[in-house]
Design a protein around this ligand. Sequence first.
Ligand SMILES: Nc1ncnc2c1ncn2[C@@H]1O[C@H](COP(=O)(O)OP(=O)(O)OP(=O)(O)O)[C@@H](O)[C@H]1O
Length: 278
Amino acid sequence: MNAPLAYTAPGIEPDVATERAPRVPFPAARRRAGGLVIEHVSKSFALKSGPLLVLDDISLTVEPGEFVAIVGGSGCGKSTLLRLLAGLDPDYQGRLLHDGVPIAGTGLQRGLVFQDHRLFPWLTVEQNVGLSFTNTSVPEQERRERVAAEIARVGLDGFADAYPHQLSGGMSQRAAIARALVGRPDVLLLDEPLGSLDALTRLRLQQELRRLWQDEGITMLMVTHDIDEAVYLADRIVVLEARPGRVRRIQPVPLPHPRQRGQAGFVAIRDGLHADFA
Ligand SMILES: Nc1ncnc2c1ncn2[C@@H]1O[C@H](COP(=O)(O)OP(=O)(O)OP(=O)(O)O)[C@@H](O)[C@H]1O
């Protein structure tokens, strides 16, 4: 079912838990959904000293099922752009469309994962994941089944009743990913989701994100500071420049998966991107 994994660093073991996890594919119709259009989007914040232009005329089309990474220096507006796409901030100029429909507010069809897991400490993994159903009409029985399936998908079987303080950093991020997946999104918006993890956990979760993307065809839009991670995962890498945030260039990554970090094509793209920030 899954493509064989490439373990690109010594010491990385196959993730047995997720390898064995039952796959509950999302409905096939979802696989043709998840297109995003960012059209001439600008965003300013009102500061005491005057307006701060953070995003300046950003345009980008993300195809359904595409994996796009966004890289750029600190403060160039990466998180701001993701918040707009999530529907968390309606105050911007331009147009944002999800499958042709203007984005207005948050919704289960766009899952959001942050750098910090943002799990509620007083709720179990199961309860945290189930929170996505708040204010929805999904029946109780279906909620329970979908929560259990997503917990299994991210390899947290046996931890449904655990509290966040009983989880490692990587496990907490898996729970956060399960919470985003339980709504069966066609787009995942990932804001540095692996940024707080140790290097080995990070490599493993990169593999799992790739597998999730390949299995489910979810559109992925991921902000990352890690150029290596962007080249490992993305179809295209959007390089933003700062003050104000603008698209400097878009780097395609036409390499087959699973990608080998030592491969000449990989190294050439990575080095080219590093030069952008030299
Ligand atoms: N709510 C806000 N009010 C005022 N300014 C803000 C607000 N949110 C973000 N900013 C400013 O907008 C700019 C872009 O912030 P943003 O968090 O989007 O950048 P980023 O590229 O994600 O940065 P980093 O890589 O450091 O996380 C920064 O100058 C920040 O100070």
